[in-house]
Each structure stands twice: as C-alpha cells, then as structure tokens.
Design a protein around this ligand. Structure first.
Ligand SMILES: Cc1cc2nc3c(=O)[nH]c(=O)nc-3n(C[C@H](O)[C@H](O)[C@H](O)COP(=O)(O)OP(=O)(O)OC[C@H]3O[C@@H](n4cnc5c(N)ncnc54)[C@H](O)[C@@H]3O)c2cc1C
Length: 387
C-alpha cells in the first residue's frame, strides 16, 4: 500500500467548511492535506451552487448572527486580498407579517449587536420596490450590508490560496476509518484507490455524505434533503430584477427566497422547505414539474413582471439537516483525534470563514466546543428551529 507523508491535519471534504478549516489551519502553521472524492466545490457538493445568501438575521439565535458578522468580514477581507469580487452587496430584504416572532427577534438581535438595518413599513416597501406585489407581507427588514456570495468560485479560490501557501490536495475518496479496538487515536486512513494517509488529526467535513461515512453514528442525526433551485430570464434591458433595484429577498412565512440577477445568470428563486430524502452520490438532479409550477405560481403573485419569464437553468442540491438546524462540530466518540464537522442545514455556506476559524482553534488549542454543536445535543427527530 502506498503511504502519504505524515501531516498535522488531514481535512476530508473540500466544500465550504473543509476549505475554510484547511485555510485557517494552514495559516496557523500546520501541515495540511485536503482530500475530496469529487473535487473542490463539485456539482454534487452542497457548496457547488452558483450563489448563496449571506444575511445577519437569525431571530434570537445570537451565535449565528455573530458568526455571520465575523464571516462577512472574513469573506470580504479574503476577496480583497485575492482581488476577486465574489461578494455582491445587494442588501437582504426580509418580508414579514404582522407579529412574525422570528423577524421581531431578528430586529432585537441586530440592534443589540450593532448590525445596520432598516425596518420598512408596507408603504415604504411598495414605494422602494414597485416590482414586488407584497400580498400579505406587512413590513420588512432591510440589511443593506448583506448580500450574496458566488459560492462555487469562492470555495475554489479559498482552496487555491491554501494550496499556494503549501497545503497538499488529493483527489481521493476516503473510506470509513477503522482502528484496532481500544486504540483511541487514528493513525491513518485509507482511500478507495488504496492510499494510506497519515496525520496527527483528521477532520471529516463531508457535508451530506457524513451519514454514509459514519452510519452508526450519524444516520439519524443528519438528513440530506432534495432542494430545487430555478433561474428565470428577465426581459431584455429590464434591470428591475437585478441589483441595485432588487436586493436578495427572503419570505420567511412562505419558506421561499431569491437572489437578483447576478452576473447575468438570471433571477434565482428557491423554496426553503425541506424536500424528500436524497442520495448525494446517486440522486438525479432534475427538478420536478410540481416544483416548477409551484415556483411559477409564486412568481406570478409576488413578481408579476416575471409571470411569463422563461426558465433558464435549474439545479438540484441537498441540504444536510440536523434535527434543529444547529451545526455539528465535535470529536468522534471513539477517536480523540477525529473531528466531525457538518450539518450546514441549508444555512451553513455564509458561515464558512467563522466556522473554519472556530474548528481550527479547537484542533490547535484543544478548547471545548459550544454545547449546541456537539453530537450529544443532536436530536433524532426533525424539528427545525434555526433557519
Ligand atoms: C440549494 C441550496 C441553497 C442553499 N442556500 C444557502 C444560502 O443561501 N446561504 C447559506 O449560508 N447556505 C446555504 N445553503 C447551505 C450551504 O450551501 C451548505 O450548508 C454548505 O455548502 C455545506 O458545506 P459542506 O462543506 O459542509 O458540505 P459540501 O459542500 O457538500 O462538501 C462536502 C465535500 O465532501 C466530499 N466528500 C464526501 N465524502 C467524501 C469521501 N468519502 N472522501 C473524500 N471526500 C468526500 C464531497 O465530495 C464534498 O465536496 C444552501 C444549500 C443548498 C443545497
């Protein structure tokens, strides 16, 4: 069997989580190998989409607002350094109804943490966004400094920089680690092609694949669900559905959100409701006719100017949901030097930089993990509270 050199850390999975973990560890002076079965931010990965929303509002969940704030700063600093404009500051508009508790508590958290936002009454919404028919929406929150990240390219850029500063990359599929009974430290892992990878620490950031790699531990804790995404074309020269006239928008009550036309790819719209269970390896990625007609119906009501807009592109991706939407960051119960990181639950992308920093600090300093991220707190029944 071929054996790799001995690394400080092997990071398995080059999605947004693995990429930023490797980036921070590399900067802290560790020797790193990053492995991915299908390639960096590949088409099956949850991070492989065109764009992802970055917003600060998280209801009363202050920890995620803090992480989103930290992440936005790190994303922007990174894009400045590498001179690539992969963040679009479109603003993010939350559409709310009368006493919508999530939106009300978001305003409190944003205020407390000093995040800039505007509370807009229905009349102001109508005046600023005449291209939107607000229906039952009665007020809104605008986060002017938030927006959208060009997801796939951003992850690829983070990995590129990490490799440039000395990390290694292996296009290998890793097998589930095994160890002689009683040995609490993993010395190496094996890839499907027969390579043995040696490291002092192993971090599995395998997104929706985590339950496949650790079935006994994670099958009931992480549920990959099928999610559909649609891109519609606007009329020639019509800029009403692009930034700056249209921000990213989220209709929390109707569980749907959209991203204005970025880089001329079309108006993106996606339901946030969890779809059926999905296999990230074998699942076919074609949207359903029911999904398309539901989205068209919503479009006709909320964005009447797009009623007859042609469908340009579609994607099927998967969320990797924990029971309530909290991330998973913990040591493997059988190995002191194996970490499990995932459970992005449809909202993880934005947090890549802060999560990477957090995990790197845990690995380097050995500090404890926030209880809500641990395996012990992961429920088995789906009951979403973090969005
Ligand atoms: C449609 C959709 C819309 C979303 N919108 C948003 C949004 O607007 N804002 C937001 O913040 N978040 C959003 N998310 C969530 C976010 O994209 C995910 O939480 C995040 O990308 C998860 O990243 P990850 O690195 O954990 O997983 P992935 O990106 O899936 O990466 C895991 C990697 O592990 C690799 N891997 C798996 N098994 C192995 C193995 N055995 N050996 C080697 N490599 C392996 C895979 O090839 C893959 O590249 C959305 C997700 C979807 C699907």
């Amino acid at each position: 069997m071929q054996t790799s050199k001995n690394y400080d850390v092997a990071v398995i999975g080059a999605g947004v989580f693995g990429a930023w973990i490797a980036y921070h560890l590399q900067r802290s002076g560790k020797t790193i190998v990053l492995l991915d079965a299908y390639g960096v931010a590949n088409s099956r990965a949850s991070s492989g989409g065109e764009s992802r929303v970055i917003r600060m509002g998280y209801g009363a969940d202050e920890i995620y607002t803090r992480w989103a704030m930290r992440s936005l700063a790190l994303w922007q600093e990174f894009f400045r350094q590498v001179d690539e404009p992969l963040f679009h500051r479109t603003g993010v508009l939350w559409m709310a109804r009368q006493d919508d508790p999530y939106s009300v508590s978001s305003t409190r958290t944003l205020q407390k943490l000093g995040v800039r936002f505007e509370k807009l009454a229905r009349a102001e919404l109508e005046q600023r966004y005449p291209q939107i028919a607000f229906g039952s929406v009665t007020w809104g929150i605008l986060e002017p400094d938030s927006g959208a990240l060009m997801a796939r390219r951003a992850v690829q850029r983070v990995v590129q920089e990490t490799l440039k500063s000395g990390a290694d990359y292996l296009p290998e599929a890793v097998e589930t680690p095994t160890c002689p009974t009683g040995n609490a430290r993993l010395a190496s892992l094996t890839t499907r092609s027969g390579l043995s990878v040696r490291a002092a620490n192993f971090i599995f950031a395998c997104g929706p694949w985590l339950p496949k790699l650790f079935p006994d531990l994670l099958t009931d804790c992480i549920h990959p669900t099928r999610q559909e995404v649609f891109f519609f074309g606007v009329d020639p020269g019509d800029r009403r559905f692009a930034s700056p006239l249209l921000p990213v928008w989220i209709d929390f009550g109707d569980e749907i959100y959209g991203i204005p036309d970025l880089e001329n790819r079309g108006f993106k719209i996606a339901p946030d409701r969890h779809g059926p269970l999905f296999d990230p390896d074998k699942g076919e990625r074609v949207v359903t006719t029911e999904g398309l007609s539901a989205v068209r119906k919503f479009l006709a009501q909320r964005f009447p100017g797009l009623k007859d807009a042609p469908l340009l592109e579609t994607r099927v991706c998967q969320y990797e949901n924990t029971s309530n939407g909290d991330f998973l960051i913990d040591r493997h119960p059988a190995f002191d030097n194996v970490w499990l990181v995932g459970g992005g639950s449809g909202h993880g992308f934005k947090h890549g930089p802060a999560l990477g920093e957090y995990v790197a600090a845990r690995v380097v300093e050995g500090s404890t993990v926030e209880p809500r991220f641990t395996l012990a707190t992961k429920g088995k029944v789906q009951k979403r509270t973090v969005f």
